[in-house]
Design a binder for this molecule. Sequence first.
Ligand SMILES: [Zn+2]
Ligand SMILES: [Zn+2]
Length: 273
Amino acid sequence: MRLTFLGVRGSTPAPGAEFVRYGGHTSCVAVSTDSASEPQLILDAGTGLRMLTPLLAPNAFTGSILISHLHWDHVQGIPFFAAGDRPDARADVFVPADGGLNGRDLVARFMSPPSFPITPEGLKGDWSFTAVETEAFTAEGFGVLPFEVSHKGGRTYGYRVSDASGSIAYVPDHAPAAGVDAAAREAMHGVDVLVHDAQFLDHERPRAVDYGHATIDEALALADEVHARSLVLFHHGPARTDIALDEISAEFGRDGFAVTAHEGMTIDVGGRR
Ligand SMILES: [Zn+2]
Ligand SMILES: [Zn+2]
């Protein structure tokens, strides 16, 4: 299994000269079977999803997109995903079930006039939208286990994704301080790579609590508790400059156990980068 990081920011994109090395796109991670295959399983559809089109070129996207939750920084890439918005594309989108709405209607709440020019039906190609509960399923040959995590404002999932080569857990928005239940611990347990919310530093803890996010110390502690084999610090604050992220990388790296995500980074699970 290979992970390709296409967007590593949280909250809102971060353009500008101080952000070019780590990148300004919001959350999106592409999963492929190995380094030779095209990504077919996508974790979140933040603005980083746009970066998938050149990776697939000239091909259309055919695959599945797992959405952690419906906050803007995790879905705004959907209507700008050129490789998915064409007649020969297929995209099966999975979102957390919430409020009894079906998947299409949950997506249409943020993607329809007057908030956006088109509805989900306006996307070209074969798109489906499914609201999922926290039950295991298979997508594009990968085992997928959604699990509920504490965040703020709408139901939020982490996803464990596994294949024969190993397992990862993707938990971009998570407030461990609000409690980590047994199902979430079990889902994260022993993964090769834990991709986790690391938006705040310890001195910013009041804001982390207020926004429903993790501090880097909390992400490290959780990775230890669930015996993750490595940690990716992810969902960087939009004001965190390249220099600040270099400092974070040096301070929290723990001899390679924790890596600070940047756009374009790849991780071969089982073999590492
Ligand atoms: Zn977010
Ligand atoms: Zn969020």
